[in-house]
Design a protein around this ligand. Structure first.
Ligand code: ADP
Length: 497
């Protein structure tokens, strides 16, 4: 009897595999880190072969850890670091270049040239994205230019492009499947989110031969079968989504207006906007949440650059704490921040400010300010910045939020979650299992194979976690937020070059 769903969670620093039982509980986890390559300043690359070998090792390991075999597994779901670009030979399956990671800025010049050709507004209109090295298109262009003969080979159909989901599927199926799902495709800057297909105009502009591209499929559906050679028995691959979209699904944000926020180094916020792509006037990204039964569901995406990283700075830069978790008790030991605001604009500010020259500031200091006030101000800054993005969601869609679902390392902080609820005036819901990204991939696979019904996904995501109800009077909340906005003004435009 098959009892489990296997999620392959291929991240930026490690490859993980998880087994979920029929109720959505984690049975076992295995994780293997792999190497980051920095050939030049600003470049970040991975060895695609190592991505595959660590992922396979994790998949084998998780079966062993659960004392299970492939016969116990119904299906595999894949979720992955997004935008990272792999180009490989169709015949041998060998990568022709290191995988260029989403963080890498090595294609800044290519993007600059595309902007100079006036492509920015076309890119935005067709793909919902901003023309930036972050997305796959310029990384693919870079590889085709960097490897001698690659353009001609691509045109002859000898090469294949893929994001990491595609690469793993190709390896798992021993080259039988060259496909991707719509959520990953939407991050390539080659995908027309309105038509739901590769964009012929942009392919021509970027000189990307269509022969390179994977086939587009539903996020929940048939992606072929993993060869018996890998796990001892053939297994269907039945769910695929990029990591943030998988988290949205794993949080069961299945209806328009539902939002999740992942609190990690930075924050990633996604709002389900339903069957309509919503253009953003605030500089947010319009993207695909998933495709099911041939129909696209869209999302708006925004991020906060420095969230948990502010705590890392207080820990490593200032030595105020030994561990991020200490900030919770410190923040709770004082009534408020005594008027102190920390704006952690260490790398500029994103939505809605979009100010590259902004830098961090600490304002409102008086002689009474203490370590506890500073730690509290850092945690509050995470909540303020999240509200800034949520205000953009509201402005762009006209949708009101009923609740915020949360995950990620810093969502363990109860003070932060309560303050977030207070600042938004809506409940903040934290699931018991914070593995929502992997759960989302497993759920997509579970639904496709009939192992799960949608009701079970909702139940798995809503199994009693914690709910933080707003307690702060509205007037106080708005005064605090207005002062945050004043603090942000002090941070803006600071760097002169
Ligand atoms: P990522 O996936 O971005 O590496 P994680 O989800 O693992 O991030 O979360 C780690 C981040 O969360 C770190 O920046 C850390 O400072 C912060 N963090 C972890 N635990 C807490 C906590 N209890 N309170 C506040 N911040 C925390």
């Amino acid at each position: 009897m098959s009892r489990y769903l296997m999620a392959l969670d291929q991240g930026t620093t490690s490859s993980r595999a998880l087994l979920f039982d029929a109720k959505g509980a984690v049975v076992a986890v295995r994780q293997h880190e792999f190497e980051q390559h920095f050939r030049k300043p600003g470049w970040v690359e991975h060895d695609a072969s190592e991505i595959w070998t660590t992922q396979l090792r994790a998949a084998r390991g998780v079966l062993e850890a659960a004392k299970a075999s492939a016969a116990d597994v119904v299906a595999i779901g894949i979720t992955n670091q997004r935008e990272t670009t792999v180009v490989f030979e169709r015949a041998s399956g060998a990568p022709i270049h290191p995988a260029i990671v989403w963080q890498s800025r090595q294609t800044a010049e290519i993007c600059k040239a595309w902007r100079a050709r006036g492509l920015e507004s076309e890119v935005k209109r067709r793909t919902g994205l901003v023309l930036d090295p972050y997305f796959s298109a310029s990384k693919l262009r870079f590889i085709l230019d960097a490897v001698p003969g690659a353009q001609a080979r691509a045109e002859r159909g000898e090469l294949a492009f893929g994001t990491v989901d595609t690469w793993l599927m190709y390896k798992l199926t021993k080259g039988r499947i060259h496909a991707t799902d719509a959520s990953n495709a939407a991050r390539t800057m080659l995908f027309n989110i309105h038509q739901g297909d590769w964009d012929e105009t942009l392919l021509a502009e970027f000189r990307v031969p269509r022969a390179l591209l994977p086939e587009l499929r539903d996020s929940s559906g048939d992606f072929g079968t993993a060869s018996a050679e890998w796990l001892g028995r053939e297994l269907p691959i039945a769910g695929v989504a990029g990591d943030q979209q998988a988290a949205l699904f794993g949080q069961a944000c299945l209806a328009p207006g539902q939002v999740k926020n992942t609190y990690g180094t930075g924050c990633f916020l996604l709002m389900n906007t339903g069957a309509e792509p919503k253009p953003s006037a605030s500089g947010l990204l319009t993207t695909v949440a998933w495709r099911r039964d041939g129909r696209l569901v869209y999302a708006l995406e925004g991020s906060v650059f420095v969230a948990g990283a502010a705590l890392q700075w207080l820990r490593d830069g200032l030595g105020l704490i030994a561990q991020a978790a200490e900030s919770e008790a410190a923040a709770q030991s004082v009534e408020d921040t005594a008027g102190v605001y920390l704006v952690p604009a260490f790398t500029g500010l994103g939505a809605p400010y979009w100010d590259e020259r902004a830098r961090g500031v600490l304002v409102g200091l008086t002689r009474g300010a203490t370590r506890a006030h500073l730690l509290r101000a850092a945690l509050e800054a995470i909540a303020y910045q999240s509200r800034d993005v949520l205000e953009c969601f509201r402005a762009d869609t006209g949708l009101e939020l009923a609740a915020l679902r949360v995950d990620g390392g810093a969502s363990a902080n109860n003070f932060l979650m309560q303050f977030q609820a207070d600042l938004l005036g809506i409940p903040v819901q934290r699931p018991p299992v914070l593995e929502v990204t992997a759960l989302g991939a497993a759920a997509l696979a579970g639904l496709a194979t009939g192992f799960w019904r949608e009701q079970q996904v909702l139940e798995a995501a809503r199994a009693q976690g914690d709910c933080f109800e707003p307690q702060m009077p509205a007037a106080r909340r708005e005064t605090l937020y207005a002062d945050w906005k004043r603090a942000v003004e002090r941070a803006r435009g600071w760097a002169v070059s």
